[in-house]
Design a protein around this ligand. Structure first.
Ligand SMILES: [Zn+2]
Length: 85
């Protein structure tokens, strides 16, 4: 288990998940879908030795971008709320 990547969150994350359940639920659906889609591509390519290293690297980059967007989206929401308090 690893720690949730969202700033200030101390929850642990189950294997195979990006962030804790509470935070994952706050990720906009479109970004959630992109995270899963890019992850599926990466794991499919990881099993296929015929995939060129460059294509695999690009798929991993796209997954990294989607992951970053998911974290940023949640952190932006949390930040808005802390201003309201
Ligand atoms: Zn969290």
């Amino acid at each position: 288990m690893t720690a949730c990547p969202v700033n200030g969150c101390t929850a642990t994350v189950n294997h195979g998940h990006l962030m804790c359940r509470r935070h994952w639920r706050r990720v906009p659906k479109a970004i959630q879908a992109r995270v899963w889609e890019t992850w599926r591509t990466v794991s499919r390519m990881a099993r296929d030795r015929a995939i060129p290293a460059r294509a695999f690297g690009e798929a991993r980059t796209l997954h990294g971008i989607a992951t970053r967007e998911a974290i940023d989206a949640v952190e932006a929401k949390e930040k808005d709320e802390s201003h309201e308090r």
